[in-house]
Design a protein around this ligand. Structure first.
Ligand code: AMP
Length: 234
């Protein structure tokens, strides 16, 4: 499966991508995570990206597209991937089209995570990440279980809050989503690839809705694939 997750910051894309990876045996490809790693390692790209990230703005397309190309070229993405946080504007969507067309591997589905704005803000303010294993928790709704150990450090999860999860930056990120990313809903809807899911409620409920949506897309994609094969043969 080659899947892209669309949704505002805090809509649960990353959390659900992490939960889905095992089921489909495909990696989560988060441009936000790739950028944060570049910033942490103080690479030249990271240094360029940091200012935009701290301000809640989009990092320049050429930086993000370059990172994505490199990431999708790795072996673990050959059998599929979950794009989490990419594409975020029309030119990124076009770059993705070109990249996947070159590989002859178009997207199978785009899932839109729908969450009301006040819930987004509440979720982001409670979001915490484990410094060692990268797992994302929420101190209000899904804290680590009592006594749970981090698989990387062996101790308890060492939680921190992302620097761009502060009130001012969050408002800017939500605005960027409305202005630049939301138009992609129409783009992918027009291609018949879009599945909308209600991303509110318990984690497990959202995962179940997500699986149903992806199974539906998978089934509806089959005839098209068969036709393509027949055409290629005949
Ligand atoms: P995320 O972890 O997806 O919320 O992304 C955190 C920040 O990284 C965003 O606010 C942007 O500054 C930057 N970022 C992540 N993905 C992209 C992208 N596809 N295009 C531009 N900037 C991005």
């Amino acid at each position: 499966m080659r899947i892209a997750f669309l949704g505002a910051p805090g809509s649960g894309k990353g959390t659900q991508a992490q939960r889905l990876m095992d089921r489909y045996r495909i990696p989560q490809v988060s441009t936000g995570d790739l950028l944060r790693a570049a910033v942490a390692n103080a690479t030249p790209l990271g240094l360029k990206a940091k200012e935009a990230m701290d301000a809640g703005k989009l990092v320049a397309d050429e930086i993000v597209i370059g990172m994505l190309k490199e990431r999708l070229a790795r072996d673990d993405a050959a059998g599929g991937f979950i794009l989490d946080g990419y594409p975020r504007n029309l030119s990124q969507a076009q770059a993705l089209d070109a990249l996947l067309a070159d590989l002859g591997k178009p997207l199978d589905a785009v899932v839109l995570f729908e969450v009301p704005k006040d819930e987004l803000v509440r979720r982001i303010s409670g979001r915490r990440t484990c410094r060692h294993c990268g797992r994302v928790f929420n101190v209000f709704s899904s804290p680590p279980a009592k006594g749970e150990r981090c698989p990387k450090s062996g101790g308890g999860h060492d939680l921190f809050q992302r620097p761009d999860d502060n009130e001012q930056t969050v408002a800017q990120r939500l605005e960027v989503y409305e202005q630049q990313t939301k138009p992609l809903v129409e783009l992918y809807g027009g291609r018949g690839l879009l599945e909308r899911i209600d991303a509110t409620g318990q984690l497990e409920e959202v995962t179940a809705r997500l699986r149903d949506a992806l199974e539906k897309e998978r089934k509806s994609a089959k005839p098209a694939k068969t036709t393509a094969k027949k055409k290629a043969k005949g």
